[in-house]
Design a protein around this ligand. Sequence first.
Ligand SMILES: N[C@@H](CCC(=O)N[C@@H](CS)C(=O)NCC(=O)O)C(=O)O
Length: 213
Amino acid sequence: MSDLVLGIGDKNLSSWSLRPWLLLTEAGIPFTEENIRLDRPETREVLREKSPSGLVPYLIHGDVNIWDSLAIMEYVSELFPEKELWPADREARALARSIAAEMHSGFSALRAVWPMMFTRKDMQHTTQSGVSRDIDRINDLWTLCRKTYGAGGEFLFGQFSIADAMYAPVVSRFVTYGPVKLSPEAETYRDMMFALPAMKKWGDGAQAELAAG
Ligand SMILES: N[C@@H](CCC(=O)N[C@@H](CS)C(=O)NCC(=O)O)C(=O)O
């Protein structure tokens, strides 16, 4: 059993949970998963005991309990510096932190109108309420990162980083609510991310949870 315990919500729906789960999984960091089913009569009570914010995700490491996806990923990055979960180059790191923060605090139209439904594909979609603007901005960011810093690999900054984990639920949304107009670089990035074994594993978990009811 690992000394890191990650509490997450339903895999089909909990976009904030996917981010640190993907980070730990893709980086090969062992952790124990605690699954909290959301929208159940007991959810609020269970979360009140486990999570300081009453939300998922949370990370328990000994006496330390960290809530909020980005804070969890920063903590993991400090625990495992050898994994280089932020880009090593300072300028690249500044951009990676900017786009991670922008995801964390922004894109409210996309998040509200297109909720993550990981197991669904090719749903009819609408692009009202600023959704198109959010998509265009994400397309620009992915294209910029891939063109400027992506030479060392397939991820936004070449090697896998926290920035990729932050955008993983957007990758899922672009599959669920596609087709979405993206640049060739952004489209290749979306397809590569969705095909990651870790994303497939998350999707299988989501299917299993749905089947269990
Ligand atoms: N800003 C938080 C957002 C966390 C959040 O909103 N989590 C949702 C699930 S994705 C939640 O726990 N909802 C509680 C509930 O549905 O009862 C983060 O980055 O972790």
